[in-house]
Each structure stands twice: as C-alpha cells, then as structure tokens.
Design a protein around this ligand. Sequence first.
Ligand SMILES: [Mn+2]
Length: 394
Amino acid sequence: MALKILHLADLHLGAAAYERWRGGRPERLDEFLAALDAALAAGEEAGVHAVVVAGDVYDQYRPEPLVQQEWARRVARLRARGTPLVVCLGNHDRAPRAAAVSSQAVFAALDLPGVYVAAEPTLWEIPTAGGTLTVAAAPWYAGGAPETAAATAALLADLVHNRWRRALARARAAVFVGHVWMAGGRLTSESTGFLGQAQIPPRAIADDAFAYYALGHLHLHQKVAFGAGGPAVYAGSIAPLDFSDEGAPKGAVLVELEPGEPTRWRFVELPARPFLTVDVAATTAEEVAARVTAFAAAHRTPGAVVRCRVTGPAGLGPTLDRDALAAAFPESLAFRLEVVVPTAARRRAGIAPELDLAAALRLYAADHPPASDIPWDDVLARADALARDENGAG
Ligand SMILES: [Mn+2]
C-alpha cells in the first residue's frame, strides 16, 4: 500500500496585506483558512496518512489570538482523525534573534501525540496508518548571509550523509521536509531572486534515500532539480499574499510513496483571489483615467486586488485622482496606485565602460533626484577610496 502525504507550505495565516473586516471577521484570514481547509479536505478525501507543513504557518511571529485559535482548531481536527502532523519551522515562525521560542513552540510544549514540531534539524520515524514515515526536517536556520547558507548546507550534509545515515537506509518511506531556499528555485515566475540571498545547493542534501523533498519558503509552486532521490517540490503559498503571486497557481501537493516505485505527486490547485495589474503608459491624468475606465469596462474584478501601474513623466503622479481611479473597480477588495517614472536611457547616456567607478557614480548621482535617501556623498567618497586602492595608492 502506498503511504500518502499532504504537503503544505507557507500558510502565512494572519497576513495583513489587503485585510478587510466585515461582519466581525477578517476577510483575508478567512480566505487563507478556506484555502487551508480545502487542501486538508483534498488530503482527507485522498486518504493521506500524514500532513507535513514546510514552514511559515503564521505570517507573524506574534499573531492575533484569533489566528492562533484557527490554526489550533486545524491541529485538533487532524489529531481527532489520527493523522500525524509535521510542522517544520519557517523564517516567519522563528522568534526574533533575542528570543528562543517560536510561534509553534506551544504545540511542542503540549506534547500532543501525533504532532511533530521541528525547531532544530530533526529525524523522526513516525508511525502512520500507512506504515512508518521517516521524516528528515530542516527548519529555517538563520539569516540571509551567504556564509550562513554555506554553514547550513554543511550541517545538513553531515546530518543526511552521516548522522542520519542508518535511519535513512532502513526507511521504508523517507521524505526531506525543509524551509530552505534551494539554489535553482525561483522567487516568482519573473524573478530568480537577488544576489546575496542565502541559497543552499541541492547536492548538499540530495540522497537516494529520499523519496520526496517537501519544500517551503519560495511562494511560487515549482519543482526543482536535485539530482538524487525523488521529486523536490515547493508547494508554494496556500493563497496569494501580494502581487508577486499574480497569476501563479496556489494549492497543495498530494504525494504517494510506494517502496521500490517512483514517487507520484499531484498539485491540487485551489481557487485563489485574483491579483490584477493594469499597466498604463501615459503622459496626462486624463489619459490615465480614460485607459483605466476602458480596462474596467472590459474586465469584471469581483474580489480582486487591483493594481494600477502608471508609467509616465515625473510630475504626473500628484495630478492623478486615486479615489476616482479606484472607483472604476467597485467590486474589488482593494486598489493600489503605483507611479513609475522611468529612468530614461538618455539620462545614463554619459555612463560608459571606459569611465572609472567614481566618475560613473557621479554621473548617475547627478541624474537622481535629491529626494533619494541614498547617502551619495558617502557612496562617492567610498568609490574614490576604492579607486585609490585599485591604483595601488591605498
Ligand atoms: Mn513564506
């Protein structure tokens, strides 16, 4: 018989973005809870033997009591059904540096049979109705410095390949559960992230013993290449948090582990609130209004979070009537106006490869409005110091 698990991640219960209270209930929290309940129902229907949450249960380290109560109810329901629950801490569950206790520590302290909270890298052999499930859990470990990612990778490599070796070797069904940014994982459908953010090379963790890697942290549902073991999948956030989720499918993953057979997995897509961007390039407020009105006439947007992104000349922003633009979307949950003043290519025309760093920075600084909070004097002084070092004068 296959051992079935439901893989969830990044629930972010209590996320405040675009929240609206109606009839004594927070609409966005209820939306996230509905998604969670739909995922749990899909798991129940499929007959899963365990539920794993790969981090970020709450959006905040100190959530509202309402948020805690709602999560505790789900924990209790899983226990009542006898379905083991694994929670692997994410960065949002972690306490700030000074405090030691996570937002999920209360569930560990209650010592509830069938509830497993990984605050440190932990290996469990969990009895389930479908047989023993071996779980290697790697919670979010530290902040964003690359050195820390390297240290985390080394630690996990030692655990997987040495200290956990025997337990993994005897496992009937073993999964890795981690709140980690694996190198190769994409932040959004359009972005791979930015330089300097902690990423762990899959080869540190990859092992033939793992029939599945249940990942959390990246909110875009995706499969990443590991090179050994079964499929490695980010479930993605359970519901859209912000515009980085625009257009991305949201849901959970149903996994079937069968010893000696390739792991089967299936993404269960859930209905998600639409996030919708209206891009307008214009030079006058009248033009913007006309374009937005035309768009609103062509699209129904019930419950949507609408963003109007206006690209135009400096000075256009203050002339826009935000409330009038928002009124074009009466059915939407929220409306957001962004004004983008392009840094025209001509402004940088003077910057050329033959310039030294300090000279190029001076040209760049001259083109940027003084309102910028970049301490240009300091930046330029450092560039001069760097140039002196390069010339061997330092
Ligand atoms: Mn997250």
